[in-house]
Design a protein around this ligand. Structure first.
Ligand code: GLN
Length: 532
Protein backbone atom coordinates (compact mmCIF):
# COMPACT_ATOMS: atom_id res chain seq x y z
CA UNK A 1 0.00 0.00 0.00
CA UNK A 2 1.28 3.46 -0.90
CA UNK A 3 1.62 6.46 1.35
CA UNK A 4 -0.69 9.42 1.09
CA UNK A 5 -0.25 13.16 0.71
CA UNK A 6 -3.51 15.05 1.03
CA UNK A 7 -3.57 18.55 -0.41
CA UNK A 8 -6.21 20.90 0.98
CA UNK A 9 -6.91 24.55 0.26
CA UNK A 10 -7.75 27.51 2.43
CA UNK A 11 -8.74 31.18 2.31
CA UNK A 12 -9.97 31.26 -1.28
CA UNK A 13 -10.34 29.13 -4.35
CA UNK A 14 -8.27 29.40 -7.50
CA UNK A 15 -4.92 29.40 -5.68
CA UNK A 16 -3.41 26.77 -7.92
CA UNK A 17 -4.00 23.77 -5.72
CA UNK A 18 -4.13 21.62 -8.84
CA UNK A 19 -0.74 22.81 -10.04
CA UNK A 20 0.65 22.39 -6.51
CA UNK A 21 -0.64 18.81 -6.37
CA UNK A 22 0.67 18.01 -9.84
CA UNK A 23 4.02 19.53 -8.85
CA UNK A 24 4.24 17.47 -5.66
CA UNK A 25 3.47 14.45 -7.84
CA UNK A 26 6.38 15.31 -10.10
CA UNK A 27 8.71 15.87 -7.13
CA UNK A 28 7.90 12.40 -5.84
CA UNK A 29 8.08 10.73 -9.23
CA UNK A 30 11.41 12.37 -9.98
CA UNK A 31 12.76 10.71 -6.79
CA UNK A 32 12.15 7.35 -8.41
CA UNK A 33 8.92 6.71 -6.52
CA UNK A 34 5.87 5.15 -8.15
CA UNK A 35 3.54 8.11 -7.88
CA UNK A 36 0.03 9.01 -8.90
CA UNK A 37 -2.53 11.75 -8.26
CA UNK A 38 -6.20 11.69 -7.35
CA UNK A 39 -8.62 14.60 -7.58
CA UNK A 40 -11.61 14.87 -5.30
CA UNK A 41 -14.41 17.09 -6.57
CA UNK A 42 -17.00 17.70 -3.89
CA UNK A 43 -19.84 18.49 -6.30
CA UNK A 44 -22.88 16.28 -6.79
CA UNK A 45 -22.41 15.81 -10.53
CA UNK A 46 -21.41 12.25 -11.25
CA UNK A 47 -18.65 13.47 -13.52
CA UNK A 48 -17.54 16.61 -15.34
CA UNK A 49 -19.13 15.49 -18.62
CA UNK A 50 -22.35 17.44 -18.32
CA UNK A 51 -20.75 20.65 -17.09
CA UNK A 52 -20.43 23.84 -19.07
CA UNK A 53 -16.77 24.93 -19.41
CA UNK A 54 -17.73 28.22 -17.75
CA UNK A 55 -18.31 26.31 -14.51
CA UNK A 56 -14.98 24.58 -13.95
CA UNK A 57 -13.04 25.10 -17.16
CA UNK A 58 -12.51 22.47 -19.82
CA UNK A 59 -13.79 18.94 -19.51
CA UNK A 60 -10.72 16.73 -19.79
CA UNK A 61 -11.00 13.32 -21.47
CA UNK A 62 -8.97 10.25 -20.52
CA UNK A 63 -7.85 7.31 -22.66
CA UNK A 64 -10.57 5.15 -21.15
CA UNK A 65 -13.23 7.70 -22.03
CA UNK A 66 -13.70 9.25 -18.58
CA UNK A 67 -14.80 12.90 -18.64
CA UNK A 68 -12.99 14.46 -15.73
CA UNK A 69 -11.86 17.65 -14.05
CA UNK A 70 -9.14 19.58 -15.84
CA UNK A 71 -6.72 18.98 -12.98
CA UNK A 72 -6.34 15.42 -14.25
CA UNK A 73 -4.93 17.02 -17.37
CA UNK A 74 -2.39 18.82 -15.21
CA UNK A 75 -1.45 15.57 -13.48
CA UNK A 76 -1.08 13.74 -16.79
CA UNK A 77 1.12 16.49 -18.18
CA UNK A 78 3.32 16.90 -15.11
CA UNK A 79 3.77 13.19 -14.44
CA UNK A 80 3.67 12.14 -18.10
CA UNK A 81 1.22 9.41 -17.22
CA UNK A 82 -2.23 8.17 -18.22
CA UNK A 83 -4.89 8.20 -15.52
CA UNK A 84 -8.22 6.45 -15.21
CA UNK A 85 -11.75 7.58 -14.37
CA UNK A 86 -11.23 6.28 -10.81
CA UNK A 87 -8.63 8.99 -10.24
CA UNK A 88 -11.41 11.56 -10.12
CA UNK A 89 -13.66 11.01 -7.11
CA UNK A 90 -16.84 13.10 -6.96
CA UNK A 91 -19.59 13.33 -4.38
CA UNK A 92 -21.92 12.11 -7.13
CA UNK A 93 -19.93 8.92 -7.68
CA UNK A 94 -19.60 8.21 -3.97
CA UNK A 95 -23.29 8.68 -3.20
CA UNK A 96 -24.38 6.75 -6.30
CA UNK A 97 -22.25 3.78 -5.15
CA UNK A 98 -23.50 3.91 -1.56
CA UNK A 99 -27.15 4.16 -2.60
CA UNK A 100 -26.72 1.27 -5.01
CA UNK A 101 -25.20 -0.84 -2.22
CA UNK A 102 -28.03 0.11 0.11
CA UNK A 103 -30.62 -0.93 -2.49
CA UNK A 104 -28.82 -4.25 -2.95
CA UNK A 105 -29.03 -4.83 0.77
CA UNK A 106 -25.29 -4.80 1.31
CA UNK A 107 -25.58 -2.88 4.58
CA UNK A 108 -27.67 -5.59 6.25
CA UNK A 109 -30.31 -3.38 7.77
CA UNK A 110 -28.01 -0.68 9.12
CA UNK A 111 -28.95 2.97 9.05
CA UNK A 112 -26.84 4.28 6.18
CA UNK A 113 -25.00 7.45 7.21
CA UNK A 114 -22.34 9.88 6.10
CA UNK A 115 -20.10 8.46 8.81
CA UNK A 116 -19.22 5.63 8.37
CA UNK A 117 -20.79 4.64 5.04
CA UNK A 118 -19.91 7.61 2.87
CA UNK A 119 -16.48 8.03 4.47
CA UNK A 120 -15.78 4.29 4.09
CA UNK A 121 -16.68 4.46 0.43
CA UNK A 122 -14.29 7.39 -0.02
CA UNK A 123 -11.44 5.65 1.77
CA UNK A 124 -12.01 2.45 -0.16
CA UNK A 125 -11.75 4.32 -3.46
CA UNK A 126 -8.54 6.06 -2.46
CA UNK A 127 -6.97 2.85 -1.14
CA UNK A 128 -7.88 0.90 -4.24
CA UNK A 129 -5.69 3.20 -6.28
CA UNK A 130 -2.91 3.34 -3.69
CA UNK A 131 -2.44 -0.43 -3.91
CA UNK A 132 -0.23 -0.05 -7.00
CA UNK A 133 1.86 2.95 -5.90
CA UNK A 134 4.51 4.12 -3.44
CA UNK A 135 2.81 7.44 -2.93
CA UNK A 136 -0.54 8.96 -3.88
CA UNK A 137 -1.24 12.68 -3.87
CA UNK A 138 -4.92 13.36 -3.13
CA UNK A 139 -6.15 16.85 -3.92
CA UNK A 140 -9.32 17.77 -2.07
CA UNK A 141 -11.21 20.30 -4.20
CA UNK A 142 -12.93 23.30 -2.69
CA UNK A 143 -11.89 25.35 0.31
CA UNK A 144 -11.69 24.08 3.89
CA UNK A 145 -14.88 25.12 5.62
CA UNK A 146 -17.18 24.35 2.65
CA UNK A 147 -20.03 22.05 3.61
CA UNK A 148 -19.48 19.96 0.48
CA UNK A 149 -15.95 18.89 1.28
CA UNK A 150 -16.58 17.88 4.91
CA UNK A 151 -17.04 14.12 4.31
CA UNK A 152 -13.83 14.02 2.30
CA UNK A 153 -11.80 15.81 4.96
CA UNK A 154 -13.29 13.52 7.57
CA UNK A 155 -12.27 10.50 5.46
CA UNK A 156 -8.75 11.92 5.18
CA UNK A 157 -8.56 12.39 8.94
CA UNK A 158 -9.66 8.79 9.49
CA UNK A 159 -7.07 7.57 7.03
CA UNK A 160 -4.28 9.12 9.05
CA UNK A 161 -5.60 7.34 12.14
CA UNK A 162 -5.90 4.01 10.37
CA UNK A 163 -2.76 4.08 8.23
CA UNK A 164 -0.62 5.69 10.89
CA UNK A 165 0.89 9.12 11.01
CA UNK A 166 4.03 7.94 9.18
CA UNK A 167 1.97 7.09 6.15
CA UNK A 168 -0.29 10.10 5.71
CA UNK A 169 0.79 13.74 5.37
CA UNK A 170 -1.21 16.91 4.90
CA UNK A 171 -0.25 19.90 2.79
CA UNK A 172 -2.38 23.00 3.12
CA UNK A 173 -2.32 25.62 0.36
CA UNK A 174 -3.19 29.13 1.54
CA UNK A 175 -3.02 32.71 0.45
CA UNK A 176 -0.87 35.45 1.91
CA UNK A 177 -2.07 38.83 0.65
CA UNK A 178 -0.01 41.96 0.71
CA UNK A 179 -1.83 45.11 1.66
CA UNK A 180 -0.62 47.94 -0.50
CA UNK A 181 -1.14 50.65 2.14
CA UNK A 182 1.05 49.00 4.76
CA UNK A 183 3.22 47.08 2.28
CA UNK A 184 3.19 44.06 4.56
CA UNK A 185 2.33 40.40 3.95
CA UNK A 186 -0.65 39.41 6.03
CA UNK A 187 -0.76 35.97 7.64
CA UNK A 188 -4.09 36.19 9.45
CA UNK A 189 -6.15 34.46 6.70
CA UNK A 190 -3.66 31.58 6.80
CA UNK A 191 -3.86 31.38 10.58
CA UNK A 192 -7.65 31.24 10.45
CA UNK A 193 -7.81 28.66 7.74
CA UNK A 194 -5.38 26.38 9.58
CA UNK A 195 -7.48 26.81 12.70
CA UNK A 196 -10.49 25.67 10.68
CA UNK A 197 -8.55 22.64 9.44
CA UNK A 198 -7.42 21.74 12.94
CA UNK A 199 -10.99 21.96 14.22
CA UNK A 200 -11.68 19.08 11.81
CA UNK A 201 -8.88 17.08 13.40
CA UNK A 202 -6.32 17.64 10.66
CA UNK A 203 -2.90 19.05 11.56
CA UNK A 204 -1.08 20.21 8.44
CA UNK A 205 2.51 19.06 7.97
CA UNK A 206 3.36 21.74 5.46
CA UNK A 207 1.88 25.05 4.40
CA UNK A 208 2.24 26.18 0.82
CA UNK A 209 1.82 29.93 1.08
CA UNK A 210 0.76 31.49 -2.20
CA UNK A 211 1.74 35.11 -2.55
CA UNK A 212 2.68 37.61 -5.16
CA UNK A 213 6.26 38.06 -3.93
CA UNK A 214 8.49 35.66 -2.00
CA UNK A 215 7.40 35.19 1.60
CA UNK A 216 9.15 37.55 3.96
CA UNK A 217 11.02 35.96 6.85
CA UNK A 218 8.75 37.63 9.39
CA UNK A 219 5.66 36.22 7.73
CA UNK A 220 7.19 32.76 7.57
CA UNK A 221 8.02 32.82 11.27
CA UNK A 222 4.57 34.03 12.18
CA UNK A 223 2.84 31.36 10.11
CA UNK A 224 5.02 28.72 11.69
CA UNK A 225 4.36 29.95 15.21
CA UNK A 226 0.61 30.21 14.83
CA UNK A 227 0.06 27.01 12.88
CA UNK A 228 2.55 24.76 14.65
CA UNK A 229 4.22 23.90 11.35
CA UNK A 230 8.05 24.00 11.40
CA UNK A 231 9.54 26.93 9.52
CA UNK A 232 11.23 24.68 6.98
CA UNK A 233 7.77 23.38 6.05
CA UNK A 234 6.28 26.81 5.46
CA UNK A 235 6.85 26.92 1.74
CA UNK A 236 6.85 30.13 -0.22
CA UNK A 237 5.05 29.63 -3.51
CA UNK A 238 5.19 33.06 -5.03
CA UNK A 239 3.86 33.93 -8.46
CA UNK A 240 5.96 32.63 -11.32
CA UNK A 241 5.61 33.32 -15.01
CA UNK A 242 4.68 29.83 -16.03
CA UNK A 243 3.03 26.90 -14.24
CA UNK A 244 5.83 24.55 -15.31
CA UNK A 245 8.18 26.52 -13.07
CA UNK A 246 6.21 25.60 -9.95
CA UNK A 247 7.76 22.16 -9.32
CA UNK A 248 11.23 23.70 -9.55
CA UNK A 249 10.25 26.43 -7.12
CA UNK A 250 8.71 24.00 -4.64
CA UNK A 251 11.78 21.78 -4.82
CA UNK A 252 14.07 24.74 -4.27
CA UNK A 253 11.96 25.67 -1.25
CA UNK A 254 12.50 22.17 0.13
CA UNK A 255 8.99 20.75 -0.08
CA UNK A 256 9.98 17.54 -1.88
CA UNK A 257 12.74 16.72 0.57
CA UNK A 258 10.57 17.55 3.55
CA UNK A 259 7.65 15.35 2.45
CA UNK A 260 9.90 12.44 1.45
CA UNK A 261 11.52 12.56 4.88
CA UNK A 262 8.24 13.01 6.69
CA UNK A 263 6.83 9.85 5.07
CA UNK A 264 10.04 7.83 5.15
CA UNK A 265 10.23 7.69 1.38
CA UNK A 266 14.03 7.67 1.23
CA UNK A 267 16.58 10.34 0.56
CA UNK A 268 16.91 10.15 -3.20
CA UNK A 269 17.73 13.43 -4.89
CA UNK A 270 15.12 14.25 -7.54
CA UNK A 271 16.10 14.05 -11.17
CA UNK A 272 14.54 17.18 -12.61
CA UNK A 273 17.15 17.85 -15.29
CA UNK A 274 14.94 17.27 -18.31
CA UNK A 275 12.11 19.27 -16.77
CA UNK A 276 14.43 22.14 -15.92
CA UNK A 277 15.84 22.14 -19.41
CA UNK A 278 12.32 22.30 -20.86
CA UNK A 279 11.43 25.24 -18.62
CA UNK A 280 14.61 27.07 -19.48
CA UNK A 281 14.15 26.51 -23.18
CA UNK A 282 10.66 27.92 -22.99
CA UNK A 283 11.81 30.88 -20.97
CA UNK A 284 14.60 31.74 -23.39
CA UNK A 285 12.46 31.86 -26.54
CA UNK A 286 12.61 35.24 -28.19
CA UNK A 287 10.85 34.76 -31.52
CA UNK A 288 7.06 34.91 -31.39
CA UNK A 289 4.18 33.83 -33.59
CA UNK A 290 0.57 34.70 -33.01
CA UNK A 291 -2.15 32.08 -33.24
CA UNK A 292 -5.85 32.87 -33.05
CA UNK A 293 -8.19 30.59 -31.16
CA UNK A 294 -11.70 31.30 -32.41
CA UNK A 295 -14.07 29.72 -29.94
CA UNK A 296 -17.15 30.02 -27.84
CA UNK A 297 -15.85 30.02 -24.30
CA UNK A 298 -12.81 32.26 -24.73
CA UNK A 299 -13.72 34.56 -21.84
CA UNK A 300 -12.50 31.90 -19.45
CA UNK A 301 -9.01 30.85 -20.54
CA UNK A 302 -9.33 27.56 -18.62
CA UNK A 303 -12.04 26.46 -21.05
CA UNK A 304 -9.30 25.67 -23.51
CA UNK A 305 -6.55 24.79 -21.05
CA UNK A 306 -5.23 21.74 -22.89
CA UNK A 307 -5.05 23.68 -26.16
CA UNK A 308 -3.07 26.38 -24.43
CA UNK A 309 -0.72 23.77 -22.99
CA UNK A 310 -0.37 21.90 -26.29
CA UNK A 311 0.73 25.16 -27.92
CA UNK A 312 3.27 25.66 -25.18
CA UNK A 313 4.65 22.15 -25.69
CA UNK A 314 4.92 22.86 -29.41
CA UNK A 315 6.64 26.16 -28.64
CA UNK A 316 9.44 24.40 -26.83
CA UNK A 317 9.79 21.90 -29.67
CA UNK A 318 9.67 24.49 -32.45
CA UNK A 319 11.80 27.17 -30.83
CA UNK A 320 9.21 29.90 -31.07
CA UNK A 321 6.88 31.37 -28.48
CA UNK A 322 3.17 31.31 -29.25
CA UNK A 323 1.06 34.29 -28.37
CA UNK A 324 -2.59 33.35 -28.38
CA UNK A 325 -5.19 35.76 -29.68
CA UNK A 326 -8.44 34.65 -28.06
CA UNK A 327 -11.37 35.53 -30.29
CA UNK A 328 -15.04 35.09 -29.47
CA UNK A 329 -16.67 33.52 -32.54
CA UNK A 330 -19.76 35.69 -32.13
CA UNK A 331 -17.58 38.79 -32.36
CA UNK A 332 -16.39 37.61 -35.77
CA UNK A 333 -20.04 37.43 -36.82
CA UNK A 334 -20.58 40.98 -35.61
CA UNK A 335 -17.37 42.67 -36.65
CA UNK A 336 -16.01 40.48 -39.44
CA UNK A 337 -12.77 38.63 -40.04
CA UNK A 338 -10.76 41.78 -39.51
CA UNK A 339 -10.45 40.56 -35.94
CA UNK A 340 -8.32 37.68 -37.18
CA UNK A 341 -6.06 39.67 -39.48
CA UNK A 342 -2.33 39.47 -38.96
CA UNK A 343 -2.15 36.11 -37.19
CA UNK A 344 0.24 33.35 -38.27
CA UNK A 345 -2.13 30.50 -37.51
CA UNK A 346 -5.75 29.78 -36.63
CA UNK A 347 -7.36 27.16 -34.40
CA UNK A 348 -11.07 26.44 -34.28
CA UNK A 349 -11.56 24.26 -31.20
CA UNK A 350 -14.27 21.84 -30.14
CA UNK A 351 -17.68 22.92 -28.95
CA UNK A 352 -21.37 22.26 -28.75
CA UNK A 353 -24.46 24.12 -29.92
CA UNK A 354 -25.29 26.88 -32.38
CA UNK A 355 -23.86 30.00 -30.78
CA UNK A 356 -20.90 31.28 -32.77
CA UNK A 357 -20.93 28.59 -35.47
CA UNK A 358 -21.18 31.08 -38.34
CA UNK A 359 -18.28 33.07 -36.90
CA UNK A 360 -16.18 29.93 -36.63
CA UNK A 361 -16.91 29.15 -40.27
CA UNK A 362 -15.91 32.68 -41.25
CA UNK A 363 -12.58 32.02 -39.55
CA UNK A 364 -12.19 28.68 -41.33
CA UNK A 365 -12.93 30.26 -44.68
CA UNK A 366 -10.46 33.02 -43.95
CA UNK A 367 -7.77 30.46 -43.16
CA UNK A 368 -8.56 28.39 -46.23
CA UNK A 369 -8.68 31.26 -48.72
CA UNK A 370 -5.65 33.09 -47.34
CA UNK A 371 -3.55 29.99 -46.81
CA UNK A 372 -3.06 30.60 -43.11
CA UNK A 373 -1.91 27.55 -41.13
CA UNK A 374 -5.05 26.02 -39.68
CA UNK A 375 -6.07 23.39 -37.19
CA UNK A 376 -9.70 22.45 -36.63
CA UNK A 377 -10.59 20.29 -33.67
CA UNK A 378 -13.74 18.18 -33.25
CA UNK A 379 -16.55 20.69 -33.78
CA UNK A 380 -13.94 22.72 -35.62
CA UNK A 381 -13.38 19.69 -37.87
CA UNK A 382 -17.11 19.30 -38.48
CA UNK A 383 -17.53 22.97 -39.30
CA UNK A 384 -14.60 22.76 -41.72
CA UNK A 385 -16.60 20.12 -43.57
CA UNK A 386 -19.69 22.36 -43.53
CA UNK A 387 -17.76 25.41 -44.71
CA UNK A 388 -16.24 23.41 -47.57
CA UNK A 389 -19.67 22.08 -48.56
CA UNK A 390 -21.18 25.54 -48.64
CA UNK A 391 -18.42 27.60 -50.19
CA UNK A 392 -16.54 25.16 -52.41
CA UNK A 393 -19.24 22.69 -53.39
CA UNK A 394 -22.01 25.30 -53.47
CA UNK A 395 -24.30 23.33 -51.15
CA UNK A 396 -26.24 26.25 -49.83
CA UNK A 397 -27.59 25.71 -46.33
CA UNK A 398 -25.32 22.71 -45.67
CA UNK A 399 -24.90 22.06 -41.97
CA UNK A 400 -24.50 19.60 -39.16
CA UNK A 401 -27.85 18.22 -38.06
CA UNK A 402 -26.80 19.09 -34.51
CA UNK A 403 -27.33 22.74 -35.41
CA UNK A 404 -29.87 22.51 -38.24
CA UNK A 405 -31.88 19.29 -38.24
CA UNK A 406 -33.72 20.39 -41.41
CA UNK A 407 -30.66 21.22 -43.51
CA UNK A 408 -30.92 20.22 -47.21
CA UNK A 409 -27.31 18.98 -47.04
CA UNK A 410 -26.70 17.11 -43.75
CA UNK A 411 -22.96 16.78 -44.32
CA UNK A 412 -22.40 16.12 -40.61
CA UNK A 413 -24.91 13.78 -39.05
CA UNK A 414 -25.43 11.13 -36.39
CA UNK A 415 -24.72 7.59 -37.48
CA UNK A 416 -27.95 5.57 -37.70
CA UNK A 417 -27.41 3.73 -34.40
CA UNK A 418 -27.01 6.99 -32.49
CA UNK A 419 -30.34 8.45 -33.51
CA UNK A 420 -33.05 8.43 -30.90
CA UNK A 421 -30.86 9.06 -27.86
CA UNK A 422 -32.88 10.70 -25.12
CA UNK A 423 -30.38 11.84 -22.54
CA UNK A 424 -27.08 13.61 -22.84
CA UNK A 425 -24.94 11.96 -20.11
CA UNK A 426 -22.79 9.11 -21.40
CA UNK A 427 -23.96 8.95 -25.01
CA UNK A 428 -20.86 10.21 -26.72
CA UNK A 429 -17.97 8.49 -28.43
CA UNK A 430 -15.44 9.01 -25.71
CA UNK A 431 -11.80 8.24 -25.17
CA UNK A 432 -8.95 6.80 -27.18
CA UNK A 433 -9.75 5.05 -30.45
CA UNK A 434 -7.40 3.97 -33.21
CA UNK A 435 -6.99 6.23 -36.23
CA UNK A 436 -5.49 4.89 -39.41
CA UNK A 437 -3.51 7.41 -41.42
CA UNK A 438 -3.14 7.26 -45.20
CA UNK A 439 0.35 7.31 -46.71
CA UNK A 440 1.64 10.39 -48.54
CA UNK A 441 -0.48 12.83 -46.61
CA UNK A 442 0.25 15.76 -44.32
CA UNK A 443 -1.17 13.76 -41.41
CA UNK A 444 1.25 10.93 -42.13
CA UNK A 445 4.09 13.40 -42.29
CA UNK A 446 3.34 15.02 -38.92
CA UNK A 447 2.59 11.74 -37.11
CA UNK A 448 5.27 9.72 -38.85
CA UNK A 449 3.26 6.52 -38.51
CA UNK A 450 0.21 4.71 -39.74
CA UNK A 451 -1.70 3.93 -36.57
CA UNK A 452 -2.28 6.36 -33.72
CA UNK A 453 -4.63 6.45 -30.75
CA UNK A 454 -6.33 9.73 -30.05
CA UNK A 455 -8.98 10.84 -27.59
CA UNK A 456 -12.51 11.62 -28.72
CA UNK A 457 -15.54 13.39 -27.33
CA UNK A 458 -18.33 13.75 -29.85
CA UNK A 459 -21.60 12.39 -31.20
CA UNK A 460 -21.74 13.69 -34.75
CA UNK A 461 -19.75 12.38 -37.74
CA UNK A 462 -19.04 13.25 -41.35
CA UNK A 463 -22.00 11.86 -43.28
CA UNK A 464 -20.61 9.00 -45.43
CA UNK A 465 -22.98 9.87 -48.28
CA UNK A 466 -21.05 13.04 -49.06
CA UNK A 467 -17.49 11.77 -48.82
CA UNK A 468 -16.98 11.15 -52.53
CA UNK A 469 -18.14 14.64 -53.43
CA UNK A 470 -15.69 16.17 -50.99
CA UNK A 471 -12.80 14.11 -52.23
CA UNK A 472 -13.58 14.90 -55.86
CA UNK A 473 -13.28 18.57 -54.96
CA UNK A 474 -9.82 18.14 -53.47
CA UNK A 475 -10.45 17.60 -49.78
CA UNK A 476 -8.54 14.60 -48.47
CA UNK A 477 -9.72 12.46 -45.59
CA UNK A 478 -6.30 11.36 -44.50
CA UNK A 479 -7.32 9.54 -41.33
CA UNK A 480 -10.19 7.15 -40.76
CA UNK A 481 -11.27 5.19 -37.71
CA UNK A 482 -9.02 2.18 -37.32
CA UNK A 483 -11.67 -0.06 -35.77
CA UNK A 484 -14.85 0.23 -37.83
CA UNK A 485 -13.34 2.17 -40.76
CA UNK A 486 -16.58 4.14 -41.16
CA UNK A 487 -15.64 7.39 -39.51
CA UNK A 488 -13.65 10.24 -40.97
CA UNK A 489 -11.01 11.27 -38.43
CA UNK A 490 -8.62 13.67 -40.17
CA UNK A 491 -9.10 15.96 -43.14
CA UNK A 492 -6.64 18.13 -44.99
CA UNK A 493 -6.33 20.38 -48.03
CA UNK A 494 -3.16 19.50 -49.93
CA UNK A 495 -3.32 22.79 -51.84
CA UNK A 496 -2.69 24.75 -48.66
CA UNK A 497 0.57 24.91 -46.74
CA UNK A 498 -0.94 23.59 -43.51
CA UNK A 499 -4.65 23.01 -43.33
CA UNK A 500 -5.70 20.09 -41.17
CA UNK A 501 -8.61 19.18 -38.92
CA UNK A 502 -9.28 16.26 -36.63
CA UNK A 503 -12.46 14.69 -35.33
CA UNK A 504 -10.54 13.83 -32.15
CA UNK A 505 -8.94 16.12 -29.57
CA UNK A 506 -5.16 15.91 -30.02
CA UNK A 507 -4.62 18.40 -27.17
CA UNK A 508 -5.53 15.85 -24.50
CA UNK A 509 -2.49 13.72 -25.19
CA UNK A 510 0.02 16.52 -25.59
CA UNK A 511 2.82 16.48 -23.02
CA UNK A 512 5.54 19.01 -22.21
CA UNK A 513 8.23 16.92 -23.83
CA UNK A 514 5.97 15.15 -26.34
CA UNK A 515 3.85 17.76 -28.09
CA UNK A 516 0.80 16.60 -30.01
CA UNK A 517 2.03 16.19 -33.61
CA UNK A 518 -0.70 18.27 -35.28
CA UNK A 519 -0.07 21.16 -32.86
CA UNK A 520 3.64 20.94 -33.40
CA UNK A 521 3.01 20.99 -37.15
CA UNK A 522 0.80 24.05 -36.78
CA UNK A 523 3.36 26.01 -34.79
CA UNK A 524 6.11 25.04 -37.20
CA UNK A 525 4.00 26.13 -40.18
CA UNK A 526 3.13 29.38 -38.40
CA UNK A 527 6.81 30.02 -37.78
CA UNK A 528 7.64 29.45 -41.43
CA UNK A 529 4.80 31.68 -42.55
CA UNK A 530 5.88 34.46 -40.22
CA UNK A 531 9.27 34.43 -41.95
CA UNK A 532 7.78 34.80 -45.45
N1 GLN B 1 -20.85 18.97 -30.91
C1 GLN B 1 -20.07 18.10 -31.71
C2 GLN B 1 -20.45 16.64 -31.53
O1 GLN B 1 -21.06 16.28 -30.56
C3 GLN B 1 -18.59 18.28 -31.44
C4 GLN B 1 -18.19 17.98 -30.05
C5 GLN B 1 -16.83 18.54 -29.69
O2 GLN B 1 -16.33 19.44 -30.33
N2 GLN B 1 -16.24 18.04 -28.64
O3 GLN B 1 -20.14 15.81 -32.33
Amino acid sequence: MGKFIFVTGGVLSGLGKGITSASIGLLMKSRGLKTTNIKIDPYLNYDAGTMNPYQHGEVFVLDGGGEVDLDLGNYERFLDTNLTFDHNITTGKVYAAVIEKERRGDYLGATVQVIPHITNEIKERIRKIAADYDVVIVEVGGTVGDIESMPFLEAARQMQLEEGRDNVAFVHVTYVPKLKVVGEQKTKPTQHSVKELRSLGILPDAIVARSEDPLEEGARKKISLFTNVPEEAVISAYDVEDTYEVPLLLEKEGLGRYLAKRLGLGENEPDLDAWREMVERYRSLTETVEIAVVGKYVKLADSYLSIKEALKHSSVASGVKVKIRWIEAEDVEKHGVGLIEGVDGIIVPGGFGARGTEGKMMAIRYARENDIPFLGICFGFQLTVVEFARNVLGMEGAHSTEIDPQTPYPVVDLLPEQKGIDHLGGTMRLGAYPVKIKPDTLARKVYGKELVYERHRHRWEVNPEFIEKFEDAGLVFSGISGDDKRRMEILELPENRYFIATQFHPEFKSRPMKPAPVFRGLVKAAKERAKD
